[in-house]
Structure formats: structure tokens, C-alpha cells
Design a protein around this ligand. Structure first.
Ligand code: GLN
Length: 464
């Protein structure tokens, strides 16, 4: 039975991929041999036979791990990320690696060196990014769960644009060992689920301290499934009104306002909160993320990993040609920005100031959480935009992240859940941000909401 399920999943993935481009590799042989092995196991396993799609910046032994980049187009990881190791031990089966913005830099999937994944609700639109391929794999019904990564909204934003559940955990909740680094102080592994329950099951398995990642926290991991149906009566949800102003699409605003009413009708208490420094989130994020990226990406030099340019006469030329040919324009832009904000003379004005404002954003959240259990905002200021619409305008693209980046700066957990459809049938997401280690509360709120107010529609492209 579980063997047929995996076969069906692989068939669907292969059949839909020419349309959706959500997978960069579909690992049929690996998945079939895994499921035969798993099906023989006699001990109970929490994720026995669960098919999972994995973003292509998470290392999976023996499989290509390209990070959506030409520079790693031929790179095969020789070890499993801790999250993958734990999924395997729990009986899950990795069925393929998913498309992404190059090195997770982007909000649309268009910076992938292998072409953008397509939104299954409208194939002319982006799925969001950077974990767009994983979002599409779930939204199109191929898998129920997928791993993505978050540095500044890369799970929540595509979840919102694709009409599914997305979770970014507390920084340190899930080991980053084997997640290719973009901006280490912000990076997390995140989870997409067709529902919050699907994601909760995966979180329970992969969360927790890992000796191989010194930033992973030694904080007890609860069983997220056991509290998922708790009554949410009396839970307080804070609304930062200043974030509902300028730049927010009217249809998104209406749907998110409706989600506030719906939470109220479920017994939640709605209060006002303020996150005054959140408005600097984009500026701070794009300084810190690029600074860390410029350092992390120094390792891709043609010597250690992946692609090496031909025809160089000396070592320096080889480095330069490899990086020139191997990286796409967005990655180069980030490396240059990051190098600039770290350079002597500008370090204090940009990088060091951004770190101070980051501390203020975190303090804002800490203050707000003395008044509420969760903060509700839109996930994305607009629904899915057309492919090509923002790709020549990096600033417009960066502004897509206005609601998501501050949770990464503060390190707190956050989820996106579907809350409605626009008049042209595109999904809209509402975001819940929680205090440190309160994933259980967010999952509980999301699950109760989903059960009472399901989206009630499916994308045009959906695997049956
Ligand atoms: N849009 C953000 C960026 O381009 C998201 C990155 C991420 O979360 N990986 O940096």
C-alpha cells in the first residue's frame, strides 16, 4: 500500500513537472528503494512512508544539491542534513529536490538558474520564493509536506501565494547542519504542509538540539500534534495596525481583516500592539543578509565545490571566471552589496547600525508578547504576481518581504495560513507570529482556523 502511494507520488511529480517546474530532480530510484526498505520495518515510525519534497539547498546524500545555481549544477552532497537524517529515521521518503531562487535569494523563484517554478493557481504567475518549488510541490497535491528554508520569509511568502500552510520555526529550533548557508544568523529550515497538521508531524520529528549545529537550542521539543486541537478561546491575538497601511493590496487587506473577525468568532481576544521598528525591517534585513551572504558565498570558488570555469591562466583568473560564469545576477548583486556594507568606512554607517536596529526590532516583539500570544499581519502585500512583472526591479521585489523579514530578524517563529481568495481566484495568506518556542501555539491557532474556515478551493493544476 505505502509502496503504491510512493509510486503514485512519483508518477504525479513526473507528469506535472513539465508544467510546474517545481522539481529540479525527481529521485525515483532512490525513493523506490527507500520505500521497499521502509515497508519491511516492523517498529512503529511517526512518518512511515510519508513522501517529502526537499528544497535544493538542503543536503541529501548522493543527490544533487544545486541551490538553484549553475555554480553547483553538478554538486552531489555526500552527507545528509540533520533534518533529513531525522526524517529518514522516522520512515519518511525523500522523493525529489525542489526548485528555488538561486542560493535562496529572491521572492519569486525567478532567480533560479533552471527557470522559475510556476504557480499552480495560475501558470503565468510566480509561486513566490525563495522556496517556490517546495510550495508548488505541496500546493499541486504531489506531496503533503515539503522542506524549505527561511532567511527572510522564503517559506511563509510562497505558502501564502500558493494557498498552503508554511512554518518558520524559532531560530535554533531545527538544526541548520546541512542547510547551505545564505545568512547564518537568519537562516532556518522551514516546513510546508497541505495543512498545519502535516507540518506539525514533521516539526515534531526534525526539531531539537543537534551536536552538529552549535546554534541549535537545547529546548525540549513538545509533541505538536497533541495540542493541535486545543480550544483557542481566550488566546490573545495582537494586531499591529501600523502594518496595515500603505502598499497593502485592498483585496489582501480585506481577506486578512476577515481572518481577524474569524479568529474573534473562534473565541480569540483581539488587542492592539505596536511593532514600531518593523518598518525598518527591509532595510535592516537587506544589509545583514547581504553582509553575511558575501562572506558565506566566498567558499564557491571553483576549487572546493561544483563548477569550475575553463581556460584560466592562473588561480586568480580561475576564481574570477568561475564566479563570473557560475553565479547569476541577483547573487552577484547581493555579494557586492554585502561587501560594500562591510567595507571599512561604511561598516559603521550600515552594518553596525543595522545590527542595532535589529536589536530594537527584537525588543519590540518582546514587548508586544507581554500583551498577546500571537501577532497577526498579512503575509505578503499582494497575491502572486505575473512572471516577469518585478524581475527587473530588485527594489519592488525586496518590498514583497515587508511583513515577513522582521520575524527572522527577531528570531521568533511565524506561520502563514490561507485565509481567502482574490476576485481572480488567487490565494491570500494571513500570518501569525509567536513568541520564542511557541510553535505549538501557532500550529494550534492555525489548525483550529483551517478546520473552521477551510479555503474550499483547489489550484487549476492539482494531482488527484
Ligand atoms: N526574499 C528574501 C530574499 O530575497 C527571502 C530570502 C529567504 O528567506 N531565503 O532575501
Amino acid at each position: 500500500m505505502i509502496i503504491e502511494e510512493i509510486e503514485r507520488t512519483l508518477d504525479n511529480a513526473e507528469r506535472l513537472n513539465p508544467q510546474l517546474n517545481s522539481f529540479l530532480s525527481i529521485e525515483r530510484e532512490h525513493a523506490l528503494s527507500r520505500i521497499h526498505e521502509v515497508s519491511k520495518q516492523t517498529q512503529p515510525k511517526p512518518l512511515l512512508g510519508t513522501a517529502i519534497a526537499v528544497k535544493d539547498n538542503i543536503c541529501t546524500r548522493g543527490m544533487r544539491t544545486s541551490c538553484g545555481s549553475h555554480i553547483l549544477h553538478n554538486y552531489k552532497a555526500h552527507y545528509d542534513a540533520t533534518a533529513i537524517k531525522r526524517l529518514n529515521e522516522a520512515g519518511a521518503v525523500v522523493i525529489g529536490k525542489t526548485n528555488m531562487d538561486e542560493f535562496a535569494m529572491g521572492s519569486s523563484n525567478e532567480s533560479s538558474a533552471f527557470g522559475s517554478a510556476k504557480n499552480p493557481w495560475d501558470l503565468n504567475r510566480v509561486p513566490g520564493g525563495s522556496s517556490g518549488g517546495s510550495a508548488v510541490a505541496v500546493a499541486s497535491g504531489v506531496v503533503r509536506v515539503a522542506l524549505g528554508s527561511e532567511t527572510g520569509g522564503s517559506v511563509r511568502q510562497p505558502a501564502s501565494l500558493c494557498g498552503i500552510f508554511g512554518l518558520k520555526p524559532t531560530y535554533g529550533r531545527i538544526s541548520r547542519y546541512g542547510l547551505v548557508a545564505f545568512a547564518s544568523s537568519l537562516d532556518n529550515i522551514g516546513i510546508f504542509g497541505l495543512t498545519s497538521l502535516d507540518a506539525a508531524r514533521v516539526l515534531s520529528v526534525i526539531a531539537g538540539r543537534d551536536e552538529l549545529d552549535s546554534t541549535s537550542a537545547d529546548v525540549r521539543v513538545p509533541d505538536y500534534e497533541s495540542t493541535i486541537n486545543d480550544d483557542i478561546k481566550g488566546k490573545t491575538i495582537g494586531i499591529p495596525r501600523e502594518l496595515f497601511g500603505e502598499g497593502l493590496d485592498d483585496q489582501v487587506r480585506n481577506a486578512v481583516e476577515k481572518s481577524i473577525d474569524n479568529f474573534r468568532s473562534l473565541g480569540a481576544e483581539i488587542v492592539d500592539v505596536e511593532i514600531p521598528y518593523a518598518k525598518y525591517g527591509i532595510a535592516v534585513y537587506y544589509i545583514i543578509a547581504t553582509a553575511e551572504a558575501s562572506s558565506n558565498l566566498a567558499r564557491f570558488d571553483g576549487v572546493r565545490y561544483g563548477f569550475r570555469a575553463e581556460g584560466s591562466h592562473n588561480l586568480r583568473e580561475m576564481y574570477m571566471k568561475t564566479r563570473e560564469e557560475g553565479f547569476g545576477p541577483e547573487v552577484k548583486r547581493r555579494i557586492m552589496l554585502g561587501t560594500y556594507v562591510l567595507s571599512s568606512g561604511y561598516y559603521d554607517a550600515y552594518y553596525s547600525k543595522a545590527q542595532k536596529v535589529r536589536a530594537l526590532v527584537k525588543a519590540d516583539y518582546q514587548k508586544a508578547f507581554t500583551k498577546c500570544d500571537a501577532i497577526l499581519t498579512p503575509t505578503s502585500p499582494s497575491t502572486a504576481f505575473k512572471i516577469g512583472e518585478r524581475s527587473d526591479d530588485p527594489l519592488a521585489m525586496y518590498l514583497s518581504d515587508i511583513y515577513t523579514v522582521s520575524a527572522n530578524l527577531a528570531g521568533v517563529p511565524a506561520v502563514s495560513l490561507p485565509c481567502g481568495l482574490s476576485s481572480d481566484g488567487l490565494p491570500i495568506g494571513t500570518q501569525l507570529i509567536g513568541n520564542f518556542w511557541s510553535e505549538g501555539t501557532l500550529i494550534n491557532l492555525a489548525n483550529v482556523y483551517e478546520n473552521q474556515f477551510p479555503l474550499g478551493a483547489k489550484p487549476v493544476v492539482f494531482a488527484e
